[in-house]
Structure formats: C-alpha cells, structure tokens
Design a protein around this ligand. Sequence first.
Ligand SMILES: Nc1nc2c(c(=O)[nH]1)N[C@H]1C(S)=C(S)[C@@H](COP(=O)(O)O)O[C@H]1N2
Ligand SMILES: [Mo]
Length: 421
Amino acid sequence: MSDKHLKNVSRRDFLSSAAAVGAGTLAGGAAHAAGDPLILEKQEFAQGLGVGVDETPYGLPISYEKDVVRRNVEWLTADTISSINFTPIHALDGTITPQGCAFERHHSGAIEMSKDEYRLMIHGLVDEPLIFTYADLERFPRVQKTFFLECAANTGMEWAGAQLNGVQFTHGMIHNMEYTGVTLRTLLEEAGIKPEGKWVYVEGHDASSNGRSIPLEKALDDCMIAFKANGEALRMEHGYPVRLVVPGWEGNMWVKWLRRIEVTEIAVESREETSKYTDVLENGIARKWTWEMDAKSVVTSPSPQSPITHGKGPLVITGLAWSGRGAIERVDVSKDGGMTWETARLAAPGQDKALTRFYLDTDWDGSEMLLQSRAMDSEGYVQPTKNELREVRGLNSIYHNNCIQTWHVKENGEAENVEIS
Ligand SMILES: Nc1nc2c(c(=O)[nH]1)N[C@H]1C(S)=C(S)[C@@H](COP(=O)(O)O)O[C@H]1N2
Ligand SMILES: [Mo]
C-alpha cells in the first residue's frame, strides 16, 4: 500500500479492507455490522405489500438496473438505421446474453415481419426447389445449442491505438445465446443437393438483404436455422422470426429474417467480383473470406465502466473468452501488463464456439495494475498481443482484431483503456 493510497482511503474503506485482509472474510463484513440501519431498522419495502403478479405480464429488469442497456457511438455511423450498438458486457456475468441487451447490427434497419408473412425459399442446384412457411419449419426435428456471434468489426476501432474507454464499446459487438431451430443440413437434404453444388448463397427479407456465400461444407456442418433464442422467440432486432446461425464465423454471415438459400457452384461474390468484409494489410493487399473468429478474451470487470469501488482486499477479476475454431481451454490473467501471468478459473468447461466465463479471485493490494487476459483454445492457438497482431496485419485493418486488451487500473480503482509497448 502506498502512502498516497493511505491518504485517500476513507475510514470505512480502510476498515473493510483491514477486516478482509486480516481474517480472509468478505470485504465489509465487520465494518457494516455496527449500527447499520439496513440491519437494525425495518425498511419501507418490508412494511407494505409488493407488486401483484398481473402487473408485468412480460417482465422487465428492475429500475435499479436501468443503466444495463445497449449503447451506440454517435460518430461511428452516419445514421442509426445502418448502424450498430453494443452489448453492456461490463455489467453482465455468466455467459448467456439476454436478448434485450444483445447488440444489434443492421444495414437497413430492423424489420417487423409476422410468422404468417414469413417464407423461406431453397433453390438453385437442388433436386426440388422448396418454399417453407414458418409452421413448416417447426415440423422438422429440432436442435438446440449455444453459440457466440461476434461482428468482424468488434474491437476494430482499436487498431491504431487505445480509443474507446469501455469494454462495452471495445468488445461489445458480441452476444451469446442458446438457439433452438433445425439444422441447415436438414433443409438442404430435404431439397436434395445436386453434385455441382459447392456453395449456398443466403439472404434476408430486409431491404439490404445482406446476401452472403457460405461454402457447402460449413452449411452442412453446424449451421442452424434458428427461431428461438434463450428459450423465447427471436427479438425483431435479431431476425424474427428466423435467422441463420453460422457458429464461430463472423457475424455478417448470420443472416437475419432469412428469406432465400440458393445452392450455387461458385460463390455469388466471385461471380459479381464484389468483395465484402476484407482486411487490408500493410502492403495494401486485402485478405478476403476470413470467416472464422480467432480466439479472443477480455476482462469485463474491473474495466473503465466497472471500476473497483470497494477498496483493497478481495477482488473478483472476471471476463469472457471465446474462439470460433473450438472451445476455450485456458485463460491467463496478468496484472502487470503481460510480464507475469496467473491461470484463471473457468466457471464451466469451455464449449464449442460459445462464450466462456473466467474468474481470477485475487487479493488486491491497492496498487495500480495493467490488467490483461489471454485466451487459449482447443486448437492450441494463443491470443496475440496487439503488437504481434500488427506485425502480421499492419495498421490498415478494421476487421478481426483479436488482440490482448489492457486496462490500466489506478490506485483509486478507476480503469482506463491503454496500450503498452
Ligand atoms: N438480413 C440481415 N442480416 C444480417 C445483417 C443485416 O443487416 N441484415 N447484419 C449482419 C451483421 S454485419 C451482423 S454483425 C449480425 C448482427 O446480428 P445481431 O443484430 O443479432 O447482433 O447480423 C448479420 N445479419
Ligand atoms: Mo457485422
């Protein structure tokens, strides 16, 4: 503990941390006991009746949690229709993202379409072109699995230097939901794929249509036609009533309001010589079709929007890790900017292409930290540092920035987005 810290610390903070360090109990245990009105006095909420069961047929978060919301960055896009907002990952725990705060990305806005209006067409190099209604889809055998969706642009503003001061903004173009639906393979087999078929071109009902080509191998592997997320119908903003799930691959392939699946011999993008979502390298040449999201992790708390407010003593450092190539096997945390590492505890064993929660239960001595996390996946891939990534990709990239993030946690518990050389 530095002298500076001692001077700034309040008596209450000091008591709670002293108790914690001494006895190894939870911070604050001893300090709050004496004369705490929350213990000694009957509170207002215990003196009358609460709210009846017919008040909110569909529940909303309690008012105290009103700050746990998606946020957008005004200067990022010209308007809010073709735009993006960010998941408040600094305030969430566990791994499932509630739909109501899962980030949205639209090229032409979210559309409101009913199940009755819904049609899905499969055509092209198939034995029998088919059109499905929503009710048709519900009659195929169902599957259920949890996957993360990360926009390829996540962390994209950080290539040239630390920019956005909050993990919601640096890493919040991600969500993780438990999907229910039918496999894309089931529907493709129903139509019958001709031997020349090598790709599927998928597009949505919205004005942008967001058409993308996916190699047939992936389409037949683990893609899903999803109609439920986290147990309930998809929200409008996530593609109600049906979206495509493309596990581990960049978010732009996950077509919402899925309308059409065309089996083709070559990718439609090659046919039209368009290039979408490319990564411009140092020499000006662009990488194309970098579909898989490489292993990545970030400390979600403490972080700029989630400072340490309880003083020194026991501290839970937590964050998220994921890989588009498999499961997370290990996450290390550094408090000194990558000089030394401690292996974090995974809340549950890593699942294939889904978010993994990690915890490092630590005793904070009140000194500043350069907090980092580093993910390792089942392929043996290790998340690179920012400089390692720049050596390969240069500074012209936007997409696929999976570098190690650094938070400078100060003695007063506040944190800042920084870069270390
Ligand atoms: N039909 C359609 N699908 C779409 C898009 C779109 O604009 N229209 N945006 C894509 C992009 S770039 C991303 S990152 C994901 C975002 O999914 P979400 O809004 O559920 O977070 O949807 C993808 N699917
Ligand atoms: Mo995206």
